[in-house]
Structures are given as C-alpha cells and as structure tokens.
Design a protein around this ligand. Structure first.
Ligand code: PLP
Length: 353
C-alpha cells in the first residue's frame, strides 16, 4: 500500500515537472487609460482548464490521507471541467474513474471524459450530483469530493498555486500589486486560495467574485447565509452553483458582481475579438466583472491593474454557447449586451449589458 502510494506520488510529481506555468495575457482598452487588464490563461493546462490544478491537488490529498487504495475506482460530481481533469489523472495513475454530471453538460465535455477512459453517470437535475456521487462512494469508490475539499486540498500558502503564480508574473509590471482580482465561484476553491494568499502576503488587492445573476453564492455572500440557494438557473458552466458550496469562504471575498447570462456570452465574444481565441462562458463573466470594477476606478480617477482568469477553452461549447441556434432556442440573444459592453470598453463608462 505505502509502495503504491509512493509510486503514485512519483507519477504526479513527474507530471507537474512536465507541465509549464500558464500565461498571463495583458489587455488595454481605449476607455480605460492607466488601467491594465491581465487574464491568466488557464485553458493552457494539459486538460484545458483551471481544474487541472484542482484535480492534481485532490489526488494528492486522497493519496496522502490514505483514502485512495490500489485499484480502487474513483468518483466525483462535476459540471464537466473537473471531470475531464480527474479522468486524465485517473488514466495517469491507472485507476477507473466515474464522473457524475448533469445531463445538460456540454456534449463536448462528456465526450472528452469518455475519450480519456472515464465513465459518465448523467443525472437530470444538477442538484442531484452530490447524492449520486455519495452513492458511488457507498459502493466502494474513492470520492475525490471537489465540492467538499477544494478549499483545503490546495496549498494556499504557495507551491505555485494560482495566486502565487499571478503575483510572481506581475512583478515587473507598472502596477505589480493589482487593485482587484476577479474570479468566479464553482467549488469556491480558487477564490479561497486567492483570498487567503492576498492576506498571507499582506497585499491590499481586493478579491471580487463575478457569478451568474441569481446564483446561490451571490445571495449567500450578501446575506451571509450558507443555506442560500439559487433563484434562477444559468447556462454558464463551472460557476453559478445551485447551493453555497462548502469551499466558498465569505470572509475573504470583498465584493460580488452578478452577471446576467447574456452579458457573460457577450463578454466571451469580446474576449475572442481581443485575444484571437475562444474561451468558455465563465471567462466572459469574469470580463464583465473586470469592466464593472474598472468603470468604478475610472470614475474615482484611479489607475492600476485588474487581474482575472480565462477558465477553459471555447471549443467545449461549440454546440452550446457558440451555436446561434442553440442560443436562440433558449431566448439568449446577446447582441444588445454585446453593444453595451462595447460602449463600456470604448467610453470607460458603465453601460448595463
Ligand atoms: C470550476 C470552474 C470555475 C470556478 O472555479 P472554482 O475554483 O471551482 O470556484 C470557473 N470556470 C470554469 C469553467 C470552471 O470549471
């Protein structure tokens, strides 16, 4: 058992050594002179999303806690990105993996999990994923439990976590201490890691969570209510959870911005225009959050930098968010929101998308 754990840890160490850090891409917009925008390209990970970091941490955590045994099947609940990364690491370690996902998950993500040798157990209601994953665990699978453990499996003080990487990459920039870092909330792991790290390093940077309008996190954070649930569903995958996940720490978040789905879709399109590459819906949500804060900085006559994340690649949503017919069927015409965001980018004044 100890021998197998040591061997598995060696595989994970080798994988980390083969992987490079992700790029921090810089953008400026005519309406915001003196404000620099940076986007950390988490789509550049081998498994295409920020969940590559989390999946590696969750396997390490399960192994070092003695919870994962040789030949034991592995399960987790996911909206897709984590499942892809976990399936990839399961293959690396020679383990069988099952992803419990909502049936409405982008078809491309389901296909990616299967291509990596993972099984997909699809449930109709997104809120059922937790119970179904627990059922698999009761049958003997090791539950990686991203929603329960994201906040503690990641080493928030260092080990090149996402916050340490961002702050290191900004060292030579005009505003190395960002005014804001903006991220979404799925497991809450990213915001927990960034928020803790900012305090640990005594930085004055504010942490803003941008999440779909009506999400449980937005209600929960505003009322300090961990029992809050969502008041509307979202088509933006990875964020906008139906409940306040255990990994979401209210106290390290300084601000929340709620973003309608149409605005996130518009943001996603503007990112493609400015970066020449497609990213997923939650990256668009992040851009809208950045612009909201930037208009406020500009109104106060402040300069500085704002950092956010590109969470996953656009190809995963070819048949959903990037498909006009799919959007039309759901009444999601984002052209008005796109015009509003464009006006904000050009003028530096907030136009409600
Ligand atoms: C998980 C996820 C997020 C949010 O990150 P957390 O660390 O889980 O809060 C944002 N976007 C995408 C695409 C994700 O998969």
């Amino acid at each position: 058992m100890r021998g197998w754990i040591a061997q598995s840890l060696a595989h994970l160490r080798q994988e980390a050594a083969r992987s490079a850090d992700t790029h921090l891409l810089k953008l400026t917009f005519p309406g915001f002179p003196g404000i620099d925008f940076y986007f950390k390209d988490e789509a550049a990970h081998p498994t295409g999303s920020l969940k590559h970091r989390l999946a590696r941490s969750l396997y390490l955590y399960a192994l070092c806690n003695g919870r994962l045994r040789p030949g034991q099947p592995v399960v987790d609940a996911s909206s897709g990105s984590t499942a892809i990364s976990e399936a990839w690491f399961a293959r690396l370690l020679g383990l069988q993996f099952t992803a419990v996902m909502p049936a409405c998950t982008a078809p491309r993500k389901i296909a990616d999990v299967q291509a990596l040798g993972g099984h997909c157990d699809l449930v109709e209601d997104p809120a059922q994923v937790y119970e179904r994953a627990a059922w698999h665990a009761a049958q003997g699978a090791c539950h990686l439990d991203q929603f329960g453990l994201a906040e503690r499996a990641t080493d928030w003080r260092g080990n090149n976590n996402i916050a340490e990487s961002i702050i290191g990459q900004l060292a030579g920039e005009p505003h190395p201490e960002p005014t804001w870092i903006v991220c979404g909330a799925g497991t809450g792991g990213t915001s927990a890691t960034i928020g803790r790290y900012l305090r640990y390093r005594s930085l004055r940077t504010g942490l803003c969570v941008a999440d779909p309008q009506g999400s449980a996190f937005i209600h929960g954070w505003r009322e300090r209510d961990r029992a809050a649930t969502c008041s509307s569903s979202t088509v933006i995958e990875g964020i906008g959870r139906p409940r306040v996940e255990p990994g979401f720490l209210f106290d390290v978040v300084d601000e929340v911005v709620d973003v309608p789905d149409k605005a996130s879709i518009a943001g996603m399109r503007l990112l493609e225009e400015h970066l020449g590459r497609r990213y997923g819906g939650s990256s668009g949500t992040n851009l809208v959050g950045c612009l909201r804060l930037a208009t406020r900085m500009r109104a106060q006559g402040k300069t500085g930098s704002i950092v956010s994340l590109l969470c996953d690649p656009g190809e995963r949503y070819d048949r959903t968010l990037y498909d006009q017919a799919w959007l039309a069927q759901r009444g999601l015409d984002a052209s008005g929101a796109e015009a509003a965001l464009r006006a904000t980018l050009g003028s530096g004044e907030w136009h409600e998308p």
